[in-house]
Design a protein around this ligand. Structure first.
Ligand code: PEP
Ligand code: MG
Length: 587
């Protein structure tokens, strides 16, 4: 289940739901193991009833002069002690071996249903009183009252219809991972307080309290205003990554550096950032990156539950482009499939997903759907700094069809009199040996190239990039990969096309001198790596880099290549970033 609300306070939280002040009666069913346990549940129920009675009597005492108020409370007290309801709850617990909260919620809903169909409007209106009593009992049982927040055993995601500013002020960040509410807006006091406390929050979700059950697992994305209820493994993994990234980025803000990336001998190197989420732009700008070298757009699939929506795409591309202006932003079209977001595809399981239905193969198979993304990218291109990039292109005819489709979408925009950048650069990713070998045939259809070393390594070495059992064989410093990079750069430059590297190799400090040496025009790395990479660029001369790159092409092993670079940078570059265990392995 996915909900979209107002992003009130930045951050990502993953945790179980804790319902506060939620009027609707629902509670997760828990089966008990024995009738002894059921007896204990009945006791718990009876204690809850007397505790609520005590509360109601206290409230009634404060209403001495308010006769109607006292009458209402007396009625509530009557309901609370109604023997029929009590018996009903107890027999549900004992007969069905279920927890007390569940028994109360079902019994009370049964009573409410009966009241609702009564002809007498007075009785019909008593539904609210029944619900009130039921809620109070359940709150006692589950401990979802306000003051129990202090007694929480573990951090939770707070779910409420609304929170008063004073309640929000009392929330402790360590205890409350995030909060989500039905009501509220971006500028409410509650929102402002949440930000001040650093608690991620999504508000204005309208009816989320009726959809969430206690202990449901929630992902709260306070950056985009998304709440995912009981996420899939895919989603959990994805958001765990995003959360890590966010925390890292927050820390990094403290040591940001706006200086451009320049080699020791004064040569300026284009250093761009890879982003997956629009909010990262802020950090990218603060770190002084030269642009976005790869904007992965797959996350858009996650937030569009009911199929593709042009406006969702457009808003995000438009925001990123305008915030980065005039620096370039390379938007990569959907790269679904393989290891990414298979769940959204509705396609049959495949024996070899990495060799299967993925990226532009899907786009070309579903041109109608794909055009929505292309149209949104084109619309946002009016800013003049957007570049479009197609992933996983392996066949020239694919590239021709992709360009034809793009032209068709352009024609439609022209017919609708919608502006776009007619000179928008269109590039391709080089991610397979086929693309490297046949690149001369593809370049006439591409304005630039970006090497995706993650996939290029996987496909060149026939090593699944996500399989830990073969991780020791996965090596972007393998001569086969390095030689392909060298070939691509030479070919592109001979044709007057620029070439970047956006795979994670570009963010590996030891690979940086090599890539500079091969003549790569742009390095695009995860934002958090920008300071490290910038530092590495600063300790290398272009001459030494070229020499190392040349030597690397005739070095037998990846380890040998690393040792080569390591011996050059040692003493110039912080040791901690070249950790012994790290520098010898991995891509
Ligand atoms: C790559 O393959 O190197 C790349 C940048 O794309 P992704 O990691 O998104 O597959
Ligand atoms: Mg890739």
């Amino acid at each position: 289940m996915f909900f979209k609300g107002v992003p009130a306070s930045h951050g990502i939280a993953i945790g179980s739901a804790f319902l506060l002040k939620v009027e609707e009666l629902r509670h997760a069913k828990r089966l008990l193991e024995s009738s002894e346990q059921a007896e204990l549940e009945v006791k718990r129920f009876q204690v809850a009833i007397s505790s609520v009675r005590h509360d109601l009597e206290n409230i009634a005492d404060t209403m001495e002069d308010v006769v109607e108020g006292r009458q209402i409370l007396e009625f509530l007290l009557l309901l609370l002690q109604d023997p029929t309801i009590k018996r009903d709850v107890e027999s549900r617990i004992l007969g069905g071996l279920v927890n007390a909260e569940y028994a109360v919620s079902t019994a009370i809903r049964g009573v409410m249903d009966k009241f609702e169909v009564m002809a007498d409007p007075y009785i019909r209106e008593r539904v609210a009183d029944v619900r009130d009593v039921g809620r109070r009992v359940i709150e006692k049982l589950t401990g979802t009252e306000k003051d129990v927040l202090d007694k929480l055993q573990e951090p939770v995601v707070l779910v409420a219809k609304d929170l008063d500013p004073s309640e929000t002020a009392g929330l402790k960040p360590g205890q409350i991972l995030a909060f989500v509410t039905d009501m509220g807006g971006r500028t409410s006091h509650t929102t402002i307080l949440a930000r001040a406390l650093g608690i991620p929050a999504v508000v204005g979700l309208q009816k989320i309290t009726t959809e969430i059950n206690p202990r449901d697992v929630l992902i709260v994305d306070g950056i985009h205003g998304h709440v995912i209820v009981n996420p899939t493994e895919d989603e959990l993994r994805y958001y765990a990554g995003v959360k890590k990234k966010f925390q890292k980025a927050e820390k990094l803000l403290q040591k940001m550096n706006q200086e451009p990336a320049v080699t020791e001998d004064g040569v300026r190197i284009e250093l761009a950032a890879n982003i997956e989420l629009p909010y990262e732009v802020e950090l990218v700008n603060k770190l002084g990156a030269d642009g976005i070298g790869l904007f992965r757009t797959e996350f858009l699939r996650l937030i569009q539950e009911n199929g593709e929506n042009e406006e969702d795409h457009f808003t995000i591309y438009d925001t990123v482009a305008s915030r980065m202006k005039p620096k370039p932003v390379i938007i990569r079209t959907y790269d679904m499939g393989g290891d990414k977001f298979r769940t959204g595809l509705n396609s049959a399981p495949e024996a070899n997903p990495f060799l299967g239905y993925r990226a532009v193969r899907i786009g070309l198979d579903r041109p109608q759907e794909f055009s929505i993304q292309l149209r949104a990218i084109l619309r946002a291109s009016v800013h003049g700094n957007i570049r479009l990039m197609f992933p996983m292109v392996t066949h020239v005819e694919q590239l021709r069809r992709l360009r034809d489709l793009l032209e068709k979408v352009k024609d439609e925009l022209r017919a609708d009199e919608i502006a776009f950048d007619n000179d928008m650069q269109v590039g391709i990713m080089v991610e397979t040996p086929a693309t490297v070998i046949a690149l001369d045939l593809m370049l006439p259809y591409a304005d630039f190239v970006s090497i995706g070393t993650n996939d290029l390594t996987q496909y060149s070495l026939a090593v699944d990039r996500g399989n830990p059992r073969v991780a020791d064989l996965y090596d972007s410093f393998h001569p086969a990969v390095l030689r392909q990079i060298d070939t691509v750069v030479r070919l592109c430059h001979s044709q007057g096309k620029w070439v970047g590297v956006c795979g994670s190799m570009a963010g590996n400090p030891l690979a940086v001198p090599l890539l500079i040496g091969f003549g790569v025009d742009e390095l695009s790395v995860a934002p958090s790596l920008i300071p490290d990479v910038k530092k590495m660029i600063g300790v290398v001369t272009t001459y030494a880099a070229r020499e190392m790159a040349e030597k690397s092409l005739v070095t037998e092993t990846g380890l040998g290549v690393r040792a080569l670079v390591h011996s050059y940078v040692i003493g110039k570059y912080p040791e901690i970033l070249l950790d012994e265990n790290d520098w010898k392995t991995g891509g």
